[in-house]
Design a protein around this ligand. Sequence first.
Ligand SMILES: Nc1nc2c(c(=O)[nH]1)N[C@H]1C(S)=C(S)[C@@H](COP(=O)(O)OP(=O)(O)OC[C@H]3O[C@@H](n4cnc5c(N)ncnc54)[C@H](O)[C@@H]3O)O[C@H]1N2
Ligand code: MOO
Length: 412
Amino acid sequence: MSEATKKTQREFFTTRTVAEALAGFRPDHRAPVETVPLAEALHRVPAADIPSPHALPGFVKSTVDGYAVRAADTYGSSDGLPSYLDLLGAVRMGAAPEVTVRPGGCAAMPTGGVLPDGADAVVMVEYTAETMPGTIEVTRPVAPGGGLVRADEDVAAGAPLVPAGRPLRAPDLGLLAAAGVTSVAVHARPRVAIISTGDEVVPPATVELSAGQVRDATASALAGLVADAGGEPVIAGIVGDEPGALKDRLTEVLADADLVVVSAGSSVGARDETAGAVAAVGAVWCHGLAIKPGKPTLLADCGGIPLIGLPGNPLSALVVFGQVGVPLLWRLSGCETPPPVPSTRAQLSRDLASAAGRLDVVQVRLWDGVAEPVFGPSALLSVLTRADGYLVVPEPATGLDAGTEVEVMLYR
Ligand SMILES: Nc1nc2c(c(=O)[nH]1)N[C@H]1C(S)=C(S)[C@@H](COP(=O)(O)OP(=O)(O)OC[C@H]3O[C@@H](n4cnc5c(N)ncnc54)[C@H](O)[C@@H]3O)O[C@H]1N2
Ligand code: MOO
């Protein structure tokens, strides 16, 4: 056993908390920046604020169907004492007004039309009547600016259309399009190399299994989590337990990955080579995380590129990747605070025990506002597929009582 392996195996007994890992494990690599068309920009993270080339909407715009007026001409108007205005013309959609509104006059106005010169408000058609051809009766006053948006009310020229560091949402794409911005500089989807380890692990397409063999479940599931968090999964194969093989594979994938994920072999058993191999290609930040399930987790910084060594049990691997890998992935994409996960409040059906200082991730089923824990060993992946979501027992807590209102993060 190498010196490095001995050292990292001892570190297993000085685990870090998940909170410490989220705050303190911060390799400085970021996915490169690329320019993509709007149609490919959903959920991508702008590398810098994107300023508006001009004001939006760019003209004083009516928000109602009605008549453009001088507000002062409508003061005191009521059903009993209407104002009467001369109809001077009509504004057409998508065209500059050909009419100017003088005192005592008005112009017919569609929603979205350009306010004509002289007018400072639009009165809704519901509060008017054309009592005689060419004369409009107004029965409600309107204040200056009423029925309008200002030329820069959506976005001022030069102000950010969308901020750096937040994944683009559908309305962001609309605002960019409205401003004529049709391509954006965003971080590339982080490439996540996924390596499975273990002599017993065989490709999923293997038809007949020999005794003790298992099909690689973890890589496919991790690829799903990676894609969900905006990354590009790169399934980098299965590495057996022969000495040196993992180190060689790690060296290869590090040349072309933004994040490396290795599953299994990170515990303290005789064949657990991961810590030694990782120590040969990077600096191990922790070996052992105070999380249940998932304690045999390893984090390393490989020249700025983060590497996560996940527990072998697929359930534990997925739980840890959700808690630690997904936030890392968002940071690689340029987003420091991951977008919130949809959640719901529910009443816990039974007591849950936990150790203080350890984060417990508990799978739950939900019905009628009740969260029922799904228990089972982390060797069983079906515990996850049967759950509707999960709750966490926070690090300081020693457990949760039945009936406690808990927040359940929902799977979709
Ligand atoms: N003495 C101790 N033994 C164990 C501890 C401990 O603290 N002290 N922790 C246990 C926990 S918790 C877990 S989790 C496992 C994790 O160990 P490894 O990360 O070294 O993983 P393996 O032993 O290689 O595998 C565990 C289990 O998962 C299966 N596996 C592995 N990879 C895959 C895959 N890609 N797809 C499907 N299944 C996979 C593997 O065959 C094993 O059955 O250690 C405990 N022991
Ligand atoms: O924590 Mo192990 O990672 O329970 O299955």
